[in-house]
Design a protein around this ligand. Structure first.
Ligand SMILES: Nc1ncnc2c1ncn2[C@@H]1O[C@H](COP(=O)(O)OP(=O)(O)OP(=O)(O)O)[C@@H](O)[C@H]1O
Length: 357
């Protein structure tokens, strides 16, 4: 068995029914996933769904209680973290406060007993990649949050790991910096040419960064696919909610066509994509697709409960005749208690079986 860190790149990383139980809790329940060389994968899901557990199992910080992890034909879940040698970036940066940026980045190479000249060369390259050349001799405390996270990224990539694991790396940064760092992380991933697994609960972050998104819920994979697929065709209600389909209307099923379902409720007539075998179903719609005043056959009649000006348009809240809340948009100002006719194209309505129906 190899003792040093895994060297070089890989073709496939395979998680085979990876399971992790804690006393009484199954944090990860038979996770199957195959990742190809160079892919950027986002693990997306709500708090407690098992994202960090999955990442820690990959890094070797948590032993599995079932399943296996393979890097090509080598089984790696039996290796210690330092034998796997994956790069890790945490939300908290985890830098050494008393070491300069240069020393922080070179630390892993020093531990691996790489020659000093080689360390200098590789640290200089990493500094360039994260655009921190001018800050090499500073201490972490003298840097901004975004700069500290760049140091953490440089430290993770300087050893040229086959896989970089990132656990919510941007959540301590303000909104503007988060956007800038997203672009940076994508660029660094591309230039490095290795694979990245990125944990987040932020749908926008996953959509903008990942080649493929894995949606987790209660320790299970709900859907895996390119961002465009998950955004347009969520396969169940959980994924839809996570992809921004904030409206979930419970309605009666009144007809079934090819791949489409007709639904109705008090003041509501909707046709949507998806087939169900239950007498009632849920229509999932994004707020931006539900528009006040537009024409069409798909109509949700509702009474306005609130409205906010959002620049180009208004974002409104309302309730249907049977009291179900909806969020919609409107190009004109809307007033409290006004009854609005909201419309949405059929292809923007996803129909799912009602849970428990
Ligand atoms: N050391 C532990 N002991 C017991 N239960 C744990 C432990 N670590 C995690 N869990 C539980 O396992 C589940 C998954 O936790 P995990 O940290 O992986 O979720 P997460 O999706 O990363 O959440 P967050 O976004 O809040 O970090 C949770 O129910 C959590 O309480």
């Amino acid at each position: 068995m190899a003792t040093g860190p895994i060297d070089g790149n890989f073709d496939t990383l395979k998680l085979d029914k990876v399971t992790r139980r804690f006393a009484g809790i199954t944090a990860l329940d038979g996770l199957d996933l195959t990742i190809k060389r160079g892919e950027f994968i986002a693990l997306l899901g709500p708090s407690g769904c098992g994202k960090s557990t999955a990442l820690n199992c990959l890094a070797g910080l948590l032993p599995l209680t079932g399943g296996a992890i393979w890097l090509d034909d080598q089984r790696i879940d039996v290796l210690r973290p330092e034998q796997r040698g994956f790069g890790m970036v945490f939300q908290s940066y985890a830098l050494f406060p008393h070491m300069t940026v240069r020393k922080n980045i070179g630390f892993g190479l020093m531990m691996r007993k790489v020659a000093k000249a080689e360390i200098d060369r590789r640290v200089t390259d990493a500094l360039k990649m994260v655009r921190l050349e001018a800050h090499a001799e500073k201490l972490p405390g003298q840097l901004s949050g975004g700069q500290q996270q760049r140091v953490a990224i440089a430290r993770a990539i300087v050893v040229q790991p086959p896989l970089v694991l990132m656990d919510e790396p941007l959540s301590n940064l303000d909104a503007k910096l988060r956007l800038e760092m997203r672009v940076e992380i994508r660029r660094i991933h591309r230039e490095l040419g290795r694979s990245t697994i990125y944990v987040t609960h932020d749908q926008d972050e996953a959509l903008s960064l990942a080649d493929r998104i894995v949606v987790l819920h209660d320790g299970r994979v709900q859907q895996v696919g390119p961002p465009e697929d998950l955004y347009a065709r969520p396969s169940n209600l959980e994924v839809a909610r996570f992809m921004g389909y904030q409206n979930s209307l419970s309605l009666g099923v009144v007809g079934n066509g090819t791949g489409e379902t007709k639904l109705a409720g008090p003041g509501v007539t909707l046709q949507g994509v998806g087939k169900v075998n239950t007498p009632r179903a849920i229509a999932s719609i994004r707020p931006e697709d539900l528009v006040a005043g537009a024409e069409g056959d798909n109509i949700v009649e509702a009474r306005v409960t609130g409205a906010e000006y959002a620049g180009r348009e208004f974002v409104g809240t309302a309730v249907t005749q049977d009291g179900q809340p909806v969020i919609f948009r409107s190009l004109r100002r809307i007033s409290q208690d006004e009854v609005v006719r909201l419309s949405v194209p059929t292809e923007r309505v996803r129909v799912f079986a009602e849970p428990g129906a």
